[in-house]
Design a protein around this ligand. Structure first.
Ligand SMILES: NC(=O)c1ccc[n+]([C@@H]2O[C@H](COP(=O)([O-])OP(=O)(O)OC[C@H]3O[C@@H](n4cnc5c(N)ncnc54)[C@H](O)[C@@H]3O)[C@@H](O)[C@H]2O)c1
Length: 250
């Protein structure tokens, strides 16, 4: 059995499609879970559970990240896992129309936020000489699509950052891995669509057709693999890329 029982796990992007599914699965398996997001409304169903805490805030803000981890450590006594699921899409746009502001925003949310939360997690995990970090990238880092340059670059950077962290933190028995989802059935998928395109047509004609296994990835597919990477069964896995994409990366 893949066990996360009794582990305290911080999940960013917890209010989104993959995040909520991950929170639910980790709770079901006996973990203490802290669900972090700009908007935690969707986490309301878990509010009464003793082993759950919602943390609403902008995790791009350095002080918010520091405060959140301190609160978690004080409440649950340790921080054993971090699942960095928060992210932002890019509307399909030709490079000459991408503003510098938009580029910075995507890099900040997808990359800088990952740096901030990993830095804070390392601080707590190094002291305990154990920990597991899972960063969520995207299959587009290895199979880019035209019009998503900033997004693809941000996720490629998260992949390199993950490998660097895996090596640096290995002496402290902290595993750091990246999970690359393929096109997934969440509200984010529609946000990759070009401004003038039909969301449902793009989902079917472009995204679903690109998956060899023939369907969009579901939030539960991602949650299952995140749980595995956070569990003791993944103790000897670090610095690796787990594609959860129905074969899209081939
Ligand atoms: N949906 C897809 O097709 C797809 C494909 C590949 C990779 N991904 C990646 O998977 C991850 C999850 O995607 P999803 O589909 O669940 O998206 P989603 O939009 O449903 O969830 C993302 C969550 O991140 C939160 N967030 C954004 N900025 C934040 C901030 N500054 N502070 C705190 N929270 C913040 C949002 O509020 C949202 O709830 C993302 O990193 C995304 O890039 C998604």
């Amino acid at each position: 059995m893949m066990t996360v029982k009794g582990k305290t796990i911080v999940v960013t992007g917890a209010g989104g499609g993959m995040g909520k599914a991950t929170v639910e699965l980790l709770l079901k398996n006996g973990a203490n879970v802290v669900g972090c997001d700009l908007n935690t409304d969707s986490l309301e169903p878990f509010a009464g559970q003793k082993n759950f805490m919602a943390y609403k805030g902008n995790f791009l803000d350095e002080d918010t990240v520091k405060r959140a981890f301190k609160t978690v450590s004080e409440k649950f006594g340790s921080i054993d896992g971090l699942a960095n699921i928060a992210g932002i899409a890019q509307s399909n746009t030709p490079i000459e129309k991408v503003s510098l502001q938009e580029f910075h925003k995507i890099m900040d949310i997808n990359l800088t936020m990952t740096f901030l939360t990993c830095r804070e997690a390392a601080l707590y995990m190094k002291g305990n000489k154990t920990g597991k970090i899972v960063n969520v990238g995207s299959v587009s880092a290895t199979r880019p699509r035209p019009g998503l340059q900033a997004y693809v670059a941000s996720k490629g950077a998260v992949e390199s950052f993950t490998k660097a962290m895996a090596l640096e933190l290995a002496p402290f028995h902290i595993n750091v891995n990246i999970l690359h989802p393929g096109p997934a059935d969440t509200t984010m998928l529609g946000k990759f669509t070009a401004a003038e395109a039909e969301i449902e047509d793009t989902k079917k004609e472009i995204f679903e057709k690109s998956v060899p296994l023939g369907r969009l990835i579901q939030p539960d597919d991602i949650a299952n693999s995140i749980k595995f990477l956070l569990s003791e069964e993944a103790n000897m896995i670090t610095g690796t890329i787990l594609h959860v994409d129905g074969g899209r990366n081939i």
